[in-house]
Design a protein around this ligand. Structure first.
Ligand SMILES: *[C@@H]1O[C@H](CO)[C@@H](O)[C@H](O)[C@H]1NC(C)=O
Ligand SMILES: *[C@@H]1O[C@H](CO)[C@@H](O)[C@H](O)[C@H]1NC(C)=O
Ligand SMILES: *[C@@H]1O[C@H](CO)[C@@H](O)[C@H](O)[C@H]1NC(C)=O
Length: 280
């Protein structure tokens, strides 16, 4: 089936004299339905890595959500480019293949290695399995293995896979390391413990950030703090909108299979035409 489809495509390309109708790897197209990764796509464009990635035939991109990439997106362009190249693995890994890895840890070659600038294995990533979880880190000895595999976002075996990881990997020598973010509050506590609810009705001038322990003189007399009427937890959730969008995008079918089918269908039609002409 694959062979037939690709020979049909080849035939199409020759017929129309256009050799680049379909490229198996198009990172922009793979992620265009996932706004959660739009910053990474932008940065691939800004650092001129997009065409370099798309030229590859077999590749895995370790994708960072807009939230996760925030810690490196402001870095100088050259540094950013090197770091991003370390998120492009020159092999195909989706969830199935990652879970099937026999060794406890494996070294993966990245695009950065192909520049010839790699030192002490910082062009490689170390993929380690621990307690049923999969972690990525730089291949440099002793580098932290803290970027956790989250999910496979896009797969087109065996040409392009996009897997999401939890945080950027900055190899030693490529920039200052990224701190591991604190674990997100996955489950809200069932019963809010009666901590000090310092959410006083907030009269005008007191607009400072530190409401933990304000000096006694600072608070105006109008703050009785005796009975906090409501538990006004300010619900800090800036990332939620993005997550909802992502969930919606999940339900949309990946476009490749559909368009591939359409293309091969077209190719078969054309082949049929050619064959019938040849018959005469
Ligand atoms: C990749 O996909 C994007 C968005 O669909 C498109 O604009 C671009 O032309 C494609 N690039 C290649 C090389 O096919
Ligand atoms: C997809 O990957 C396979 C295996 O690496 C390769 O042989 C094939 O040429 C690739 N297809 C395209 C269209 O690049
Ligand atoms: C990968 O990292 C793990 C954990 O730090 C380490 O034990 C292992 O030796 C590394 N593997 C390679 C191939 O460097």
């Amino acid at each position: 089936m694959d062979l037939k489809a690709s020979s049909s495509l080849l035939c199409l390309a020759i017929l129309f004299g256009v050799s680049s109708i379909v490229s198996a790897v198009n990172i922009t197209r793979a992620l265009e339905k996932y706004p959660e990764f739009s910053t990474m796509i932008e940065l691939f464009g800004k650092t001129e890595l997009t065409p370099i990635i798309n030229k590859r035939q077999t590749i895995t991109v370790l994708a960072l959500s807009n939230d996760a990439i925030g810690s490196i997106s402001g870095r100088p362009e050259e540094e950013l480019k090197n770091v991003l190249m370390n998120h492009v693995v020159l092999d195909y890994f989706d969830e199935l293949k990652l879970k099937a890895l026999k060794d406890r840890s494996t070294l993966l070659t990245t695009l950065y290695q192909s520049t010839g600038l790699g030192q002490q294995q910082n062009g490689f990533l170390n993929c380690t399995k621990t307690n049923g979880k999969i972690y990525f880190g730089s291949g440099v000895k002793g580098a932290p293995q803290t970027a956790e595999y989250i999910t496979t976002v896009f797969r087109n075996p065996y040409n392009l896979s996009v897997i999401q990881i939890s945080m950027p990997i900055v190899a030693p020598g490529l920039g200052s390391p990224v701190q591991v973010p604190p674990p997100p509050p996955m489950t809200p506590p069932p019963s809010p413990s009666p901590k000090k609810v310092a959410a006083t009705p907030a009269p005008g001038p007191a607009e400072e950030e530190d409401y933990a322990d304000s000096p006694p003189g600072a608070a105006p007399e109008t703050a009785p703090a005796s009975a906090p009427s409501e538990d006004g937890s300010p619900a800090p959730a800036p990332g939620n909108a993005g997550k909802k969008k992502m969930a919606a995008a999940d339900e949309v079918e990946p476009p490749t299979s559909a368009s591939n089918t359409a293309l091969s269908f077209g190719a078969v039609l054309v082949l049929g035409l050619v064959a019938s002409f040849a018959g005469f």
